[in-house]
Ligand binder design. Structure first.
Ligand SMILES: [Zn+2]
Ligand SMILES: [Zn+2]
Length: 186
């Protein structure tokens, strides 16, 4: 199997997503929409403008699709909606506006594997950062009794490592949120 066909497979909507799109959506004409609904809430482009642009290059016209669930009647451009429903992310099965659950995610094993890889990355970053912080600590100890140059160097390194620490902490928070979302789905 080539890598191109791999990519295609993973971006096709799952069976649950396809069933949802077939059963719980409708196609309102653009002229029937109120002005605030004439723009896709995902990409913020107007359907009218997308249609004209598509026409010019001979692409598939963009059109609005409305969700017909009791709890969600939001409207999206069909391109954005199908991309969202095909993504292997924990939030790809929910309305991005009201968070209504649209369908059961089918690719939970794919998502779990991606989360596991990300967890390993974050743990590696945390470990490397710990080592870096330790060596900066000893630089600072050494620099304390020395010339300003050494102290300046240690200070610059400390600032840099603090920026990295903030980045790694944020990555950890995002990972935990995604993991919790995924566990809620299962
Ligand atoms: Zn869009
Ligand atoms: Zn909604």
């Amino acid at each position: 199997m080539t890598s191109a066909s791999n990519t295609n497979t993973s971006h096709r909507p799952s069976r649950n997503a396809t069933a949802f799109l077939r059963l719980h959506t409708t196609y309102p004409p653009i002229s029937s929409l109120s002005p605030e609904d004439q723009t896709c809430p995902i990409c913020h482009f107007s359907y009218e403008i997308c249609n004209k642009a598509a026409e010019r290059i001979g692409a598939l016209p963009e059109h609005p699709i409305q969700i017909t669930l009791p709890t969600c009647n939001h409207i999206f451009g069909h391109v954005c909606l199908s991309v969202l429903c095909s993504m292997s992310v924990p939030w790809g099965n929910r309305c991005p506006v009201c968070r209504t659950k649209w369908f059961r995610p089918q690719r939970s094993t794919v998502i779990r594997a991606a989360l596991e890889r990300r967890r390993k990355e974050v743990e590696d970053m945390e470990e490397n950062l710990g080592v870096l912080e330790e060596s900066i600590g000893s630089m600072e100890l050494l620099g304390a009794g020395r010339a300003g140059d050494d102290r300046g160097l240690a200070r610059a390194a400390r600032e840099q490592v603090e920026g990295m620490r903030a980045y790694v902490e944020e990555a950890r928070v995002v990972l935990e949120l995604a993991t919790r979302d995924q566990e809620d789905e299962e």
